[in-house]
Design a protein around this ligand. Structure first.
Ligand code: SF4
Ligand code: SF4
Ligand code: SF4
Length: 229
């Protein structure tokens, strides 16, 4: 596969990372297109993306494949905060880190960063997330409406999130390995202590000792007497 071509195709995709094309993100779909796959499976990109891909790849323009969804105006997620139980499942599902919150705390969506991918809807156990057109989101911050700028921003946010998750995973793995080494070292110290045996002590028999001493004294006296002779 030609990496430059894949990257060029990827840059034409909307980068919502919604998975509606049947891939786990825009880049794998770009890889499929680069190897001759259909160009009409991206509902968020719709007819504009199909036209851009057709021009790049010199292929005919085809209608969006309805099996993958329909084209619609951009919507963003809005959490009905009073109903949120703070389970964090939506944060884990959001591919561009567009949700703020903490365990057992109310969560909120940064509407300017939300790609409208819908991926946070299904995991929410209390169904408190709505998808709304941007102009109907209460207190929404101003956001760009330029599709090219949005897709660039979302691509950066998506890859930044992947890097963050990878580095957190690596850190957890290093901590697990350090803990295992520590436990191994402490187990071998415990074994060494368990296996240690005190040196054997020979008890002295007092009667035998007295006899040995008397014999030694007799031998000394005999040597002295022999010297005098
Ligand atoms: S935005 Fe389009 S290419 Fe990207 S994951 Fe969604 S459907 Fe696939
Ligand atoms: S907040 Fe929901 S809809 Fe918006 S980008 Fe995140 S997962 Fe997708
Ligand atoms: S998944 Fe639903 S309940 Fe859980 S934190 Fe997100 S919005 Fe709140």
């Amino acid at each position: 596969m030609n990496p430059v071509m894949i990257s060029t195709i990827d840059a034409l995709l909307p980068q919502t990372q919604c998975g509606k094309c049947g891939h786990a993100g825009c880049l794998p779909y770009a890889e499929e297109i680069a190897t001759g796959g259909p160009i009409n499976r991206c509902p968020p990109g719709g007819s504009a993306t199909i036209a851009a891909l057709a021009t790049l790849l010199e292929r005919p323009v085809v209608p969006l494949d309805p099996a993958h969804g329909v084209e619609q105006e951009r919507r963003v997620a809005f959490i009905r905060e009073a109903e949120c139980i703070g389970c964090t499942k939506c944060i884990q599902a959001c591919p561009v880190d567009a949700i703020l919150g903490a365990a057992k705390r109310m969560h909120t969506v940064l509407s300017a960063e939300c790609t409208g991918c819908d991926l946070c809807l299904a995991p929410c156990p209390v169904d408190c997330i709505d998808m709304l057109p941007l102009d109907q989101v209460p207190a929404a911050l101003p956001a760009s409406t330029d599709p090219a700028l949005l897709s660039q921003k979302w691509r950066v946010r998506y890859h930044a999130r992947k890097l963050r998750l990878r580095s957190q995973r690596d850190e957890r793995q290093l901590r697990r390995e350090a803990l295992a080494r520590q436990q191994e070292a402490s187990a071998s110290t415990t074994n060494a202590v368990r296996q240690w045996e005190p040196p054997s002590v020979t008890l002295i028999d007092p009667a035998r000792a007295r006899l040995d001493i008397a014999a030694a004294v007799a031998r000394a006296a005999a040597r002295k007497a022999a010297l005098k002779d």
